[in-house]
Design a protein around this ligand. Structure first.
Ligand code: SAH
Length: 256
């Protein structure tokens, strides 16, 4: 299950933090590290701070954009040290651990996304996430070191995994949910849907590109918490295609 969970670090400036994150991951049994446009990697400092988790660094995937890092994911959890303007489904680290393991047990692919040391994640990046995770730190000093934040979440993932393993060995089988996550639409499919949705809303005059008023963010939040599966995605895309045709005056001729 732990192989289905990837840790994504966005635009990290200090290689030492990449090493610290790799060490925290390996301590907790996680191995999949994805680095989005790191400032300085590979680096001796990263290896020094990894103190033995060099294998995690060696197999780290380096990509240019968050979008690439999220290909194939079914649940994306984005971490944030503070509140943002648009409220989003929010989990604490314990719930994040439980959610990740529950999803992994169904065959889903999970991403835990961490932001830049100085600026965290942008609003746009946070809107790519299904859930936000906040470590309930001192409100007057809320921002943890990046490696420390990875440690807290990785620990909670491990605790949830150990609990699930204990349960599985007691009942001698892992429960398989009726809707398999493998059938859920992936993040990249959802992105194509959002593009199609946005274009359709412009076509029918519901969305004014000059004054979008967070409409797409609100719709992302709505669909993001719905666990849309492949069949439902096909229905939604079909509705959009027909809506666009109708807007162009190409209405379906009904038989009756
Ligand atoms: N100045 C930045 C802080 C970034 S800290 C800001 O205000 O957003 C670097 C990263 O560590 C964050 O993007 C997040 O991924 C993680 N992090 C730090 N403190 C956190 C907290 N209290 N809860 C969740 N994630 C946290």
């Amino acid at each position: 299950m732990l192989e289905n969970i990837r840790v994504v670090l966005v635009n990290t400036s200090h290689p030492g933090n990449i090493g610290g994150a790799a060490r925290a991951m390996k301590n907790m049994g996680l191995s999949r590290l994805v680095l989005v446009d790191p400032l300085d990697f590979p680096s001796h400092e990263a290896n020094a701070r990894a103190s033995g988790a060099d294998d995690v660094l060696a197999s780290a995937q380096v990509v240019a954009t968050l979008e690439e890092a999220l290909v194939g994911t079914t649940v994306v959890l984005g971490t944030s040290a503070r509140d943002r303007r648009i409220p989003w489904p929010l989990l604490d680290p314990r719930e994040c651990g439980a959610k990740s393991i529950e999803e992994a047990a169904r065959g889903g692919e999970i991403a835990l996304v961490f932001g830049r040391e100085h600026a965290g994640l942008t609003n746009e990046e946070l809107q790519r996430c299904h859930f936000h995770v906040h470590i309930p730190s001192n409100p007057d000093f809320s921002s943890l070191n990046l490696g420390a934040a990875v440690q807290v979440l990785a620990y909670e993932v491990r605790m949830a995994w150990l609990a699930a393993e204990g349960q599985a060995s007691k009942t001698e089988k892992v429960e398989v949910a009726s809707v398999k996550s493998a059938e859920l639409a992936t993040s990249d499919e959802m992105e194509r849907f959002y593009d199609h949705l946005e274009q359709s809303l412009v076509d029918i005059g519901f969305l004014d590109p000059q004054s979008p008023r967070h409409l797409m963010a609100r719709l992302r939040r709505l669909y993001g918490r719905s666990s849309v599966n492949r069949a439902e995605m096909n229905i939604l895309r079909g509705i959009l295609t027909e809506t666009q045709k109708a807007a162009r005056g190409e209405l379906h001729k009904r038989k009756d």
